[in-house]
Write a protein that binds this ligand. Sequence first.
Ligand SMILES: Nc1ncnc2c1ncn2[C@@H]1O[C@H](COP(=O)(O)OP(=O)(O)OP(=O)(O)O)[C@@H](O)[C@H]1O
Length: 575
Amino acid sequence: MREDRLLVDHKPRFAPWLVEPMLRNRATYMKVAVAAALINIFALVSSLFTMTVYDRIVPNEGSSSLIGLSIGLIFVIIFDFVLRLLRVYFVDIAGANIDHDVGETLFAHLLALRLDQKRGSTGTLTGLMRELETLRDFFASVTLTAIIDVPFIIVTLAVIAMLGGILVVLPLAMIPVVIGAGLLATPSLDRLSSRSLGDGLVKQSVLVEAIGSLETVKAIGAGPMLSRRWQAALVSHSESSLGQRLAAAVPMTVANSASTIAYCGIIIVGVGLLRSNTITTGALLACSILCGRALAPLAQIATLLSRLSATRVAYRQISALMDTPTEGPTGDALHPARLEGAIELRNVGFRYPGAPERALDGVNLAIKPGERVGFLGRVGSGKSTLARLMLGLYEPEEGVVMIDGIDVRQYAPAQLRALIGSAMQDNVLIAGSVRQNICLDRAVVDQDEMIRAAEISGTHRFMGQIANGYDLRLADRGDGLSGGQRQSIAIARALAGSPPVLIFDEPSSAMDAQTESDLIARLKPEIAGKTMILITHRTSLLALVDRIVILDGGKVVADGPRDAVLQRLARGKAA
Ligand SMILES: Nc1ncnc2c1ncn2[C@@H]1O[C@H](COP(=O)(O)OP(=O)(O)OP(=O)(O)O)[C@@H](O)[C@H]1O
């Protein structure tokens, strides 16, 4: 038997992404527990005060004792007030810390997600991230301290038994009723919370789609279709939310009614005991006050149970996201300081998740350091896919992609991509200034380097002439700039820092002929000695390359020196 078979795959019951931040805050939660314990003790004190006043002070008209007791009680009330504030403060601090730590881990995980493992639309993923708030609300809620109050139910009941004897049966009998109602409601609450979350995610995804592409939605008249989707999502979400709230109200209402029944029962039975002189008036009053105190945590537990369902559903969803594999090797990743720029694909086959056909099939290519290769091919022939595999954004299903003779999967993804300047087809810009979009907070890109890259790409022409041009804030995804301007900034971003490998996917598709030919002239000296992958439909750009590869249906159908391949293409067309 192989050794690794002997190892049991131990999966912790509670995920470390949540447990570790909670443990880090245990000192704060301890303070909350101490405050809650003292609040419970003070609650006992105030009921004993009532009993003492009725039984000892009222019959004896002892004014000095009453003044003494009142002063003592004032101190208790002040302490109780301060402790209650502190309890809220500490719970809030712990909740905020947990929210911060979990949020950070989750965002880092989201950025490292393997693209082939990404499930759901952008809206669904953003909705899922919002579930963090449900977790935070739970850990930052004072209701959570009801758990600490639970052991004090026994203490309070013991005091009721001491003062009122048989009267303790009444609150005691209500405990299973409240717990039973809570337990009965839990399965439906779980189901409804889960449905409500799912409906909320659908709503979010319609919203993100509509807002993200508002211009297109209006231009193509997709508004009515999206409105119908939005209506359906609204109806479904409000139905499930209503059900969730109703199911949560049942145990809470049962807890309130149980408390009233126990209180009235204590008064009715207590009057009988009073007549038979079994208890004193003070004891009866103290018992009625304590009955409310004993059952209050149960009402809070009922509230907690409803929150717990929503929290459990959010936890499961976030856990599923956290369990999604991230990119990069499982062992120690390679962090190369520089790259030579050799790229090799050996028998590479690739299929997008769920796609019926392979996007790449049996691709073999060897690109030497400093070689500049143009990729041509029809729409959907696999050119962009090839670039994505070189960047390690996707892993091949078959074969291997190597950079400098090392499988791309062995590199730390962020480090590899820092050494490859890429301008992909959709050249999305990030909200922020033009400077931020070019520099991306990289230490290697200072102001001079930014301007150098911007001059080559042509960005300096339109940004350098506006006052504060580089600090011009771009809206979401670079809206507000023309397609060609966005492409120019994306090229500057790729060139900044002078990476040894460049991958350009249709870099000039939105540029006019003059802008493009100026760009080609400025790029020529810049790309000397660098490995370049240039995907294009424009023959003018081929002036930058010395070799051409043609793809068709995910396969290499031609590969050779630029002029020879172009001649063959021209002959083929002429024939
Ligand atoms: N994210 C994706 N998920 C599923 N299939 C995809 C995805 N991206 C591309 N494809 C499919 O993979 C195939 C190759 O696409 P690719 O984008 O590599 O083509 P291309 O040669 O770059 O095309 P174009 O010239 O239009 O940019 C196509 O059939 C396409 O439908």
